[in-house]
Write a protein that binds this ligand. Structure first.
Ligand code: SAH
Ligand code: SF4
Length: 389
């Protein structure tokens, strides 16, 4: 599976959730405090891939000398029939529930704001244990409900059109903080559990590979949320080591590449990451994916929306057999950039289609609820008049 070195800090031997120590700070804590870096939460039972959670719970049941079937009952309540807290798992004896509450507590994402759009899109702003805020968007379409999840708080990559990029990097999310976005939605809206997941919320998922790797297992496993790999899409600007790691997984997760410009020169003007992983290298790394990939392309007036850009994009899309998703620029991400006009968007899409490339213009869902990457957080924080901390 080509896992990267994973470091989640010290495990809490009891598997409990993050506990703030009362006394002074350790050296490491002082260092991270001084450099302004937030700490990761201590891993909980919901941070483990289902296979590891199974081993953990079975071991726990054994040390408690409980009958073995209790392990199955407990595991069932993690992801497949989730409960908010053990108190709600009324099939278990009260004493056991109390013990679970103490020793294998279930973490939660606390809902700070929910916005519902007139088109059925729901946007969630979650407050994390350390005050960070992240977003998820649930987009219904026919029988499908696609949940757009965040993988980091903020993002280090600074694409010029993106609200999250403007925040800068805050910290990586833990596996629970990623997969838990789908769990929380299912708990709050039982008939509306996600059927599809896209990693197109805040952050660059492939710069948080260890946690994303585990979150993918949780989302996909039948003992987790049971969402088919082909219904899970990881979107990236093209972090090559992460693409290689994703390609190394046996499941057929889908890949979306945020292309946004068809040449190195044009891409550099809007996406600083191009300096580190250039277009040629990214496309080369994409070739190993067996499943059809998607190019994401935000149309920005005068930056990447000319006929020439379309023709160059045709070449790239054809060479990989990629589908192109055209996204009108959401104005909230970049006050100094303008979205391409409706006419230009149609012209651009037609030019791709006339040359045999499958292109879809994505309706900007939930425009009335600031449903583009990073915008709800910006809105809420500015209303509070607080910075980003
Ligand atoms: N970092 C990853 C995944 C999160 S960003 C990536 O960039 O692929 C997910 C998507 O949100 C990207 O495709 C990006 O183009 C889109 N996005 C960001 N800002 C936007 C804006 N202002 N308008 C429309 N789409 C935007
Ligand atoms: Fe980061 Fe993606 Fe936004 Fe670029 S578009 S700044 S990679 S979240």
């Amino acid at each position: 599976m080509g896992r990267w070195e994973v470091s989640w800090g010290k495990r809490n031997p009891k598997g409990g959730k993050a506990v703030r120590r009362k006394g002074g700070r350790s050296k490491g804590e002082v260092r991270s405090y001084l450099t302004g870096m937030s700490k990761l939460p201590v891993p909980t039972i919901l941070d483990l891939a289902p296979v590891d959670a199974k081993a953990r719970v079975e071991g726990w049941v054994k040390t408690k000398s409980l009958p073995r079937y209790r392990a199955g009952q407990i595991l069932d309540r993690l992801w497949t029939r989730p409960v908010r807290s053990w108190t709600e798992a009324t099939e278990l004896p009260g004493v056991l529930r109390e013990e679970l509450e103490r020793e294998l507590p279930l973490p939660e994402l606390s809902l700070e704001t929910r916005q519902d759009s007139s088109d059925g899109t729901r946007k969630f702003l979650w407050r994390l244990f350390d005050g960070e805020a992240i977003e998820s968007v649930l987009i219904p379409s026919g029988n499908r409900r696609t949940l757009c999840v965040s993988s980091q708080s903020g993002c280090a990559l600074g694409c010029v059109f993106c609200a999250t990029g403007r925040m800068g990097f805050r910290r990586n999310l833990s596996p629970f903080e990623i997969a838990g976005q789908a769990r929380e939605v299912a708990l709050r809206h039982p008939g509306e559990a996600a059927t599809n997941v896209v990693f197109m919320g805040m952050g660059e998922p492939l710069l948080n590979w260890p946690a994303v790797d585990t979150a993918l297992s949780i989302l996909n496993s039948p003992a987790g949320l049971g969402i088919g790999a082909r219904h899970i899409t990881v979107s990236t600007v093209g972090i090559i080591p992460g693409m290689d790691a994703l390609a190394g997984r046996p499941e057929q997760f889908r890949l979306a590449i945020s292309l946004h410009a068809p040449t190195t020169e044009r891409r550099r003007a809007i996406m600083p990451i191009e300096k580190k992983y250039d277009l040629d290298a990214v496309l080369k790394a994409a070739r190993v994916f067996r499943k059809r990939i998607t190019f994401e392309y935000v149309l920005i007036e005068g930056k990447n929306d000319s006929d020439r850009d379309a023709d160059q994009l045709v070449k790239l899309a054809r060479s990989l057999g990629a589908l192109v998703n055209l996204l009108p620029l959401h104005p909230g991400g970049a006050p100094d950039l303008a979205p391409s006009s409706g006419n230009r968007i149609r012209g651009f899409a037609d030019r791709l289609r006339n040359q045999g490339v499958e292109a879809v213009v994505r309706r900007s869902r939930g425009l009335d609820i600031s449903a583009a990457c990073g915008q709800l957080r910006v809105e809420v924080e500015s209303k509070k008049g607080a910075g980003m901390s």
